[in-house]
Design a binder for this molecule. Structure first.
Ligand code: ADP
Length: 276
């Protein structure tokens, strides 16, 4: 029984939208409009794309825009249905029921974001099914309750199709319950704009990091399983802004985290040297 990693953004009535800062998100296509329509139509959404390409930031931005609280659950393979729904807690004066994060989101009309959903066991994911069709209900076997989702409740899952392909995948009966939005690393000028905005780096530094990112991503064909994400390029840029020389920043923030394989690390170092 492992607790889900969880955080909530905003009070549960979403009332602080005017005071909370808008999470910065640079769109790459029609995803904002499509998501707004899905929300209005009460449709569950799956965000597909590589790690670190902006899926979580997108959901944070949309929750802000739609004035909904956001409950995020980081999935892992120990995650059980009780972790999502809730459990009885034994106390000195008796037992009390404690809602899990999914139940809270259902009661309060929040956006419930399950990050890296393939990490969770498939039998855990089955509890989502009745929330994704027209019934929008959550049966809680342990209390005998059947909750109808409050207006505004929306289920969003993220999924990295390239990761551990074949080993782990979403069940067809689960995936067919979601509309999908495809994400990928943005084109060079847009990725540079994101790096500048997030790290405070100048344009030339951001463009150089994007160019390195593109060269490193081409190593996927040579066996680099995890390619550098926008997140890693932002981390390198942030190190540069704080005074670390750019080559060192790239080695610490990008090259070393990506692989332990000597040949691949060597190839990445050569590309850093060729870029700067
Ligand atoms: P994912 O959820 O896909 O793994 P994140 O949303 O956490 O990735 O993105 C990693 C970081 O990259 C974010 O914290 C943000 O700084 C940045 N980022 C990526 N794409 C965008 C974007 N389109 N607009 C703004 N920031 C972005």
């Amino acid at each position: 029984m492992a607790a889900p990693l969880l955080h909530t953004v905003g009070p549960l009535d979403g009332s602080d939208r005017s005071t909370a800062d808008e999470p910065y998100y640079l769109p790459s296509g029609a995803e904002v409009a499509v998501f707004e329509h899905c929300h209005a139509l009460r449709l569950a959404v799956m965000l597909k794309g590589p790690t670190g390409c902006g899926k979580t930031r997108f959901v944070e931005h949309m929750a802000w825009k739609l004035r909904r609280p956001l409950i995020t659950i980081s999935c892992h393979d120990d995650l059980s249905a009780s972790d999502l729904i809730g459990r009885f807690l034994i106390r000195h004066d008796g037992t009390t029921w404690q809602d899990g994060p999914l139940t809270r989101a259902v009661r309060e009309g929040a956006i419930c974001y399950l990050d890296e959903v393939v990490e969770a066991r498939q039998d855990t994911m089955v509890v989502l099914h009745s929330l994704t069709d027209h019934r929008r209900i959550l049966p809680i076997d342990k209390t005998g309750e059947t909750l109808v989702a409050a207006p505004g409740f929306q289920l969003v899952i993220s999924y990295n199709p390239g990761y551990q392909r074949m080993l782990k995948d979403l069940k067809p009966s689960t995936r067919q319950r979601f509309l999908a939005l495809d994400f990928d690393f943005p084109p060079a000028p847009r990725e540079a704009a994101i790096i500048e905005s997030e790290s405070g780096a100048d344009h030339a530094t951001a463009m150089a990091l994007v160019s390195l990112g593109h060269r490193l991503r081409a190593l996927r064909d040579r066996g680099l399983a995890e390619v550098p994400s926008t997140r890693l390029l932002i981390a390198a840029a942030a190190l540069v802004v704080s005074g670390i020389p750019i080559r060192q920043a790239c080695l610490s923030a990008v090259v070393s985290p990506l692989s332990d394989d000597e040949a691949l690390v060597g190839a990445m170092r050569d590309l850093v040297d060729a870029t700067f």
